[in-house]
Design a protein around this ligand. Structure first.
Ligand code: NDP
Length: 236
């Protein structure tokens, strides 16, 4: 029987690629989704959950525990953006993005730590972004939330390391998903011009790093921030 893996926002984009990669290894994988899911591979267990709702997070974990056992590998991936220049960014936009991207990571990490502490082992992976370290004009809310994940993960790494729990961050560059398909062609071309590898990442390329961080082979890695960004963030 494979490990119990939970991927938030695993119904599409990077999260779906991560979920499929764990399932392909034989793990039992649950994915949270907000919107109704269609066409999800049969091996993935869909669990309805808005990660901004603490009670929903608790209920989702209980459902996963019932079906797959306590979560052994947590991937906090769900995220949103709501771009705009600082002068025009509303406080509502700032707090909404931080709630979905950072406070939600705290919610799921806290809930997952319960079972992991009992088991004296566990893996947490937080999906951040290259812009969390480099900053990004028009993304004060998003970049702040993604930078916050680094402090969160490193604090978890220090608190729970002695219990065999690792906490790491993956910082993708630009990945071909709905989130970046919303950008204009001109902006996409501009971004690609700044990436040493000259292209977007596929969701599967991010998934490969996340599954590796969840593997036995990465057992001595904690508090790390691993870029998967085609070289975009070099030096940060
Ligand atoms: P998508 O927009 O394609 O998917 C976002 C996912 O997050 C969806 O599954 C969505 O669920 C889920 N989600 C958003 N808000 C909530 C919520 N409140 N509760 C539950 N689920 C929620 O994004 P990507 O796949 O591109 O991004 C995945 C992660 O990777 C995000 O954290 C993003 O910031 C990060 N990232 C993406 C990059 C990129 O270039 N694409 C680059 C760097 C980082 P639903 O379908 O219900 O909306």
């Amino acid at each position: 029987m494979g490990r119990s893996v939970l991927v938030t926002g695993g119904n599409r984009g990077i999260g779906l690629a991560i979920a499929k990669a764990f399932a392909a290894q034989g793990d039992q994988v649950a994915v949270t989704h907000r919107s109704p899911v269609e066409g999800l591979p049969g091996e993935l267990l869909p669990v309805q959950c808005d990660v901004t709702d603490t009670a929903a997070v608790d209920a989702a974990f209980s459902e996963v525990e019932d079906k797959h056992g306590p979560v052994q590998v947590l991937v906090s991936n769900a995220g949103i953006n709501d771009d705009g220049l600082l002068m025009r960014m509303s406080e509502e936009s700032f707090t909404r993005v931080v709630d979905a991207n950072l406070t939600a990571a705290y919610r799921v990490a806290k809930r997952a730590s319960r079972g992991m502490l009992k088991a004296k082992s566990g893996r947490m992976v937080f999906v951040s972004s290259v812009v969390g370290l480099s900053g990004s004009a028009g993304q004060v809310n998003y970049a702040a939330s993604k930078a916050g994940l680094v402090g969160l993960a490193r604090s978890v790494a220090r608190e729970l390391g002695s219990r065999g729990i690792t906490a790491n961050v993956v910082a993708p560059g630009f990945v071909d998903t709905d989130m970046t398909r919303a950008l204009s062609d001109a902006r996409r071309a501009e971004i690609i011009g700044q990436v040493p590898l000259g292209r977007y990442a596929s969701p599967e390329e991010v998934a490969a790093t996340v599954t590796w961080l969840g593997s036995e082979a990465a057992g001595y890695i904690t508090g790390a921030v691993i870029p998967v960004d085609g070289g975009l963030g070099m030096g940060h």
